[in-house]
Ligand binder design. Sequence first.
Ligand code: FA5
Length: 367
Amino acid sequence: MSGPNSEYDPVQVTPLEAVEVDRMRDDALAAIDAAADLAALKQVRQAHAGDRSPLALANREIGALPPAARKEAGLRVGQARGAVGQALAARQEVLEAAAEEQMLVEETVDVTLPWDRQARGARHPITTFSERIADVFVAMGWEVAEGPLIEAEWLNFDALNLGPDHPARTMQDTFWTEPAEDHVVLRTHTSPVQARTMLTRTPPIYVVCPGRVFRTDEYDATHSPVFHQVEGLVIDEGITMAHLRGSLDHMLQALFGPGITTRFRPSYFPFTEPSAEMDMVCFVCRGAAPAVDSCRTCRGEGWIELGGCGVVNPRVLTACGVDAERYTGFAFGFGIDRMLMFRHGIEDLRDLFEGDVRFTTAFGQEI
Ligand code: FA5
């Protein structure tokens, strides 16, 4: 017969013996110490502090002890688990700091290394400004029209009331292609797009056409043999010079800011009658320059010349198949490069074409 039950039976609760609990704690502390990185520490945490770790299992045994033995065993296991928890937290901190330091070393960028990045291009200011102009009209419901750069002589001149012997043909010095019998030119203005549009569409017509044009002009600070114009054409019933003025005032205010006023000066173009040169008040001195004689933008004029415009000549309407009894229209053709020069205070037109990065960086070109 066995003897009476003692209050504490070490055979049944081996995991709770002091030596055993100390061993579990020391095993855990050694494993924590040995964990070389955060991933290893995660595994150690699982093995020595997780739900199925020896200390957790020992903790569960406490409930099975006689009440008098629970306190001492609970204290022992609790202290051991506390020591493991603290060691884990301390090791976690050390390993996190080490990982961060290593990341900083690995990801260091040596800013003194030679630079080998390919420069990214940017769109040319003439392109972006042309699109901006077109956008102003598109927002009013106009369409963008296009035509070829190499154009039939008839569309560049004859259809626009510039017959072969018309003296105004010499106003635009022309590049002719060979053989001459083909009667093909590099378009001298964007106005042939007017003719093409009228020949292919029926009114009402509201189109804007930015594009490249060519003339045998000298290359200097205000002229280039290759430059850009924007053409506008409206054909509808009851169109007058007032509509022309309103449309252009709107365009200029959208591009140069509110309060920009305009003026017409009498002029002559065979394809418009009456014709005018349009000026806008200098957007820098607002017309004060003649009095103060100091504005670099308008060179003391107070006004900036933009280009030609007028009411479409009925002869042009007829040549292009539009009923001149029923419809009237207006047209304009402005130099985009010159407008851009004024807008940005560019003193020499050649800066726009020569690709000097000191110039183009100001317009977003990256180097
Ligand atoms: C014309 O070309 C007419 N087709 C404009 C027009 C259209 C009038 C519709 C009426 C109705 P002009 O030759 O003046 O007009 O040229 C217009 C603008 O182009 C000029 O005001 C100027 O800003 C610009 N321009 C002319 N030649 C050059 C050049 N070589 N380099 C840079 N810009 C130029």
